[in-house]
Design a protein around this ligand. Structure first.
Ligand SMILES: Cc1cc2nc3c(=O)[nH]c(=O)nc-3n(C[C@H](O)[C@H](O)[C@H](O)COP(=O)(O)O)c2cc1C
Length: 352
């Protein structure tokens, strides 16, 4: 019998405990093993894992931190070949997203993969789920339970689909002459010879940010394979993303965030998202910071594209480095080897 590993650190409210109990009962053909604290940790490689996290008023869960630290101490493959999803509960309206992103980021660094849309959130009084009542004639509690059920189903069903000739789309908006991020990409590219690569440069001023049309208007444009603003986004970028099996985002750290140009591309994805599911498209990234903060950029990217838009997240999705002056990336110790390892991981995850 297959086993689902539940990481449920800290104290549980009755309501959260009941929701989890119901979810486990609906999958009673599986063994359920609960890990409450870091001393309970066993070998978690090649496992199906549910992080079920209840936050305190300040958004913390201290025993969760201890568990993640223990896993990190076991080495960067302590979650290799595992996949995970997250159920996260807050006593107020804040912190669920931030903590979920942090868990995904840390677990991914240890080799864990996540399916698209890997998080179910419950903020106070389930108010975050109210929008779903426009679609389902159900109580908030029922919607929450349904989402948990579907999430566990996804954890069980999701399979790695590898392809003979995967199409890899590389998106960037950097200067060819000076960008460390682009130089690092070239090192990776040298190790991807023979692959089906397409590079798109998002030039300044070519992609305006999303206008925020009404849901119905956006659906209308989506059916027409168009968008209110048209331009390169409709002609080139959206069709390229639709066609790609894998997207690689080249992200210099701009004020501890993804650059505005690439963020505009992500915001404008909404119109494609209405028509196409991204679950079988893999998300990778190369991130370079001048000083620090690559984790902020990585978390923003995975938050937008994996948690929100539903791209699948392969293990070790981001290659991160620190380099300040133009060309400094070439002097980072061991960077060529890192680039080679990253390219090998990409191949392993997407190619037959
Ligand atoms: C507008 C702007 C904002 C930046 N903000 C940060 C920052 O917040 N933190 C940091 O470490 N580096 C920051 N940098 C430096 C870049 O991350 C750094 O140059 C790095 O090499 C990646 O950029 P590049 O690919 O353009 O070379 C910033 C650079 C620019 C142009």
């Amino acid at each position: 019998m297959d086993t689902i590993y539940w990481i449920i650190p800290g104290k549980l409210s009755n309501s959260f405990a009941n929701s989890l109990k119901k979810a486990a009962e609906n999958y009673n053909q599986y063994n359920h093993l609960v890990i409450k604290k870091f001393t309970d940790i066993i070998d978690l490689r090649d496992k199906k894992i549910v992080f079920a996290i209840e936050l305190d008023e300040c958004g913390f869960n201290i025993p969760l931190g201890e568990i993640l630290l223990k896993l990190k101490e076991r080495g960067e493959d302590s979650l290799s070949d595992s996949k995970a999803v997250i159920i996260i509960h807050s006593p107020n309206e804040l912190f669920t997203k931030n903590t979920a992103r942090r868990i995904v980021f840390l677990a991914n660094l240890l080799g864990c993969r996540f399916p698209g849309h890997p998080v179910v959130e419950a903020t106070s009084n389930l108010s975050n789920l109210a929008t779903w009542q426009k679609i389902y004639d159900m109580s908030l509690e029922k919607i929450y339970q349904k989402q948990i059920q579907e999430l566990i189903g996804k954890l069980i069903m999701e399979r790695l689909t590898i392809i003979k000739h995967p199409k890899i789309l590389v998106l960037h908006s950097s200067s060819f002459k000076t960008s460390n991020t682009l130089m690092l990409w070239r090192m990776v590219k040298d190790n991807l010879r023979g692959e089906n690569l397409r590079e798109l440069h998002v030039e300044n001023g070519t992609v305006v940010d999303c206008r925020g049309c009404s849901y119905r208007t956006c659906i209308h444009y989506s059916e027409e394979k168009s968008c209110f603003y048209g331009g390169i986004m409709v002609k080139e970028i959206l069709p390229a993303i639709e066609e790609a099996d894998c997207t690689l985002w080249l992200c210099p750290n701009y004020n501890d965030a993804v650059s505005a140009k690439l963020m505009a591309v992500i915001n404008r994805l909404s119109v494609l998202y209405k028509r196409v599911k991204f679950w079988d498209k893999s998300l990778f990234s190369i991130i370079v910071s001048g000083n620090s903060g690559s984790d902020c950029v990585a978390e923003q990217l995975l938050g937008a594209l994996n948690i929100n838009k539903g791209f699948r997240l392969p293990p070790y999705f981001a290659l991160m480095a620190t380099a300040n002056d133009p060309g400094a990336i070439r002097k980072v110790q061991g960077i060529e080897k890192e680039a080679e390892r990253f390219a090998q991981n990409m191949r392993k995850e997407i190619k037959k």
